[in-house]
Design a protein around this ligand. Structure first.
Ligand code: PEP
Length: 254
């Protein structure tokens, strides 16, 4: 049975001090949450501070991206090994903002996942269609293309350990949710694709999150969907009361 998984993507928000203040308050609240995997992704600059504050708590730390090389002349990049050294346990890979604004390709996503796994970190792999692709009835084909590229060459055990986030691009930061039917269809499709390529055990073990304008008032409906194991939350994770309400709202057996 998969534990509900709630991940906060802070994007380019919060200084080191703001990160520490948030996490002290947040971890005090989550100490009473028995059955959930909770992860917060601050900017790179605050990773070490976040790891220090959350040590010994039930809150994990994720980076928002990484480069696939271990070290070298790659100005501005940060490797998975460096992220691990900073104390994080997870890395978000292939977020639509990376794909759209910074040119991350399916091939890059695959390489980054390989680097994250090689550093013994857990990738949180984002997939999802644009509005144009949905309107053109391409949603499932886009998910297949992104998944096939991202997971190419992985073992069933590696796939079972992954977190995949289905994030329809048109629902991110827009206040517009996928309907339960749309989210349910995409999640069931992802699970079936994993089952077909990597087997039942891997498909059942892998967490598949929904992302896109998740809020305290819609988390329950999303979690009621059979193949939704949690959420990747942007805007609504930036304040403690809001993200904590999402964590508690997600509390169910999945
Ligand atoms: C995200 O950044 O992954 C996201 C889903 O953002 P928001 O919750 O703000 O739509």
């Amino acid at each position: 049975m998969r534990t509900p998984f709630l991940a906060a993507n802070w994007k380019m928000f919060k200084t080191v001090d703001e990160t520490v203040t948030y996490l002290r308050e947040f971890c005090a609240l989550t100490a009473g949450v028995a059955r959930a995997e909770i992860v917060v992704a601050p900017p790179f600059t605050a990773l070490r501070a976040a790891a220090d504050v959350t040590r010994g708590t039930n809150v994990g730390v994720a980076a928002q991206d990484c480069y696939w090389e271990r070290e070298g002349a790659f100005t501005g990049e940060v490797s998975a090994a460096m992220i691990k050294d900073a104390g994080a346990g997870y890395v978000i890979i292939g977020h639509s903002e990376r794909r759209r604004l910074f040119g991350d390709t399916d091939e890059w996503v695959k390489r980054k996942i390989g680097a994250v796994l090689a550093s013994d970190l857990t990738p949180i792999v984002c997939v999802g269609e644009t509005l144009e692709e949905r309107d053109a009835n391409q949603t499932l084909a886009v998910l297949d293309r992104q998944l096939d590229a991202a997971l190419d060459g992985l073992t069933p055990a590696q796939v079972g350990s992954l977190v995949i986030a289905y994030e329809p691009v048109w629902a991110i930061g827009t206040g517009r949710n996928a309907t339960p039917a749309q989210a349910g269809e995409a999640h069931a499709h992802i699970r079936a694709r994993l089952r077909g390529a990597f087997g039942q055990e891997a498909a059942e073990a892998c967490h598949v999150l929904y992302g896109g304008s998740v809020k305290p008032d819609n988390i329950k409906d999303l979690m009621a969907l059979e193949d939704v194991d949690g959420a990747l939350v942007g805007g609504a994770s930036l304040t403690v009361p809001s993200f904590f309400a999402i964590v508690t709202g997600a509390g169910r057996s999945v």
